[in-house]
Design a protein around this ligand. Structure first.
Ligand code: NAP
Length: 319
């Protein structure tokens, strides 16, 4: 069916794919794979009975399995879509069942620790091509997914040294078919870049919303009732999945702490400007940050709409 995702492929890219973890990201991958005929058979694996039943109801997979070890058998591509902290145990569970010549990938928001935790469990002849689709919302679970989630978004691949080029090429082709722009970088560089663009902003949002909530409780103030746009935007980010974000901070500790040091230094500079009444300094700083948002919009990674364009113009055509 031709739609905003483009026409379905005549021949699937993979005969059989297994997706482990059918939440926001896993179920979105299943939806696109189905709609664009990227896989002959889609196997959905999840530890939660509720999720498995819902996936069956939604009809976004051909087979549904509870056991990762059984579900990945004969799969040509296995994608781990579980919280970053669960990757090691899932990799251990599937290691012995993986088909020789198959490819394992993931979607974790942190890459160096995923490589360190997954690679030791993979048998000889199985390639690991880690991926991070830089796309998401604050919602979780199979109902939160939608087929246009990855469209025009970046997907970063971080293959470890020695990964066969043809495995990288196949995963690149898969994400391009998802509608993403694909870039390759080292896991460490990925973690540093995402530390500042994604992880630190989330930490700041968790903190500011927590501070406001405590203030509201302590002083019986009306912080939440009269929350202005700035605060509301932070609450959307701070509503993100607690398990996912706990794992991100535990697994990208060094990069986040490094970025936090820089952040604190810049915050102290702003504090000084306010204390000293340095109007031109503040104006100059705010003008530079305004220009950054404009350039992100110009590059098509954001829209100027009030919901910050998280779901994009195709959100209603999502299922
Ligand atoms: P989600 O909506 O919470 O879905 C995760 C699913 O994995 C849940 O159904 C969960 O079941 C299941 N699961 C957890 N441990 C499992 C295990 N050991 N075996 C099988 N299933 C398991 O999470 P998500 O937002 O899709 O995130 C998944 C991954 O994508 C994370 O690594 C995250 O870093 C990455 N990511 C997320 C975003 C985002 O914006 N959300 C963006 C890019 C990348 P239970 O509910 O029973 O735990």
């Amino acid at each position: 069916m031709p739609d905003s995702l483009g026409p379905a492929l005549e021949t699937p890219l993979f005969e059989r794919i297994a997706i482990i973890g059918l939440g926001l990201i896993g179920s979105s991958i299943a939806r696109v794979a189905r709609r664009k005929n990227l896989a002959g058979t889609i196997v959905a694996i999840d530890q939660s009975l509720q999720v498995r039943s819902r996936v069956a109801e939604l009809g976004i997979a051909d087979e549904v399995a509870a056991s990762a070890g059984d579900g990945v058998r004969n799969a040509d591509l296995v994608i781990l879509c579980v919280p970053v902290g669960a990757n090691a145990s899932v990799a251990k569970e599937i290691g012995a069942s993986l088909k020789p010549g198959s490819i394992v990938s993931d979607v974790g928001s942190v890459k160096a620790s995923v490589v360190a935790n997954v690679v030791p469990h993979l048998p000889e002849g199985v390639s690991f091509v880690p991926a991070h689709p830089v796309a998401g919302t604050e919602f979780s679970g199979p109902d939160a997914g939608f087929a246009t989630l990855f469209k025009n978004r970046w997907c970063i691949l971080t293959p470890p040294d020695g990964t066969p080029p043809d495995a990288i090429a196949r995963v690149r082709e898969f994400w391009a078919a998802m509608g993403s722009n694909v870039e390759i970088m080292t896991p460490t560089h990925h973690d540093l870049v995402l530390g500042i663009t994604s992880h630190l902003p989330h930490l700041i949002a968790f903190n500011i919303v927590g501070t406001a909530a405590a203030l509201e409780e302590g002083t019986k103030s009306e912080v939440i009732k009269f929350s202005a746009g700035g605060f509301r935007d932070f609450t959307r980010i701070a509503a993100s999945d607690p398990t996912m974000w706990r794992d991100v901070f535990l697994h990208n500790k060094e990069a986040v702490l490094e970025m936090l040091d820089r952040f604190n230094a810049d915050l102290n500079a702003l504090v000084k400007m306010i204390k000293e009444g340095d109007g031109p300094g503040l104006h100059d700083r705010f003008s530079r940050t305004r220009a950054i948002r404009r350039s992100i919009i110009e590059q098509g990674q954001e829209t100027a709409t009030a919901d910050f364009g998280r779901l994009g113009p195709d959100a209603t055509a999502s299922q």
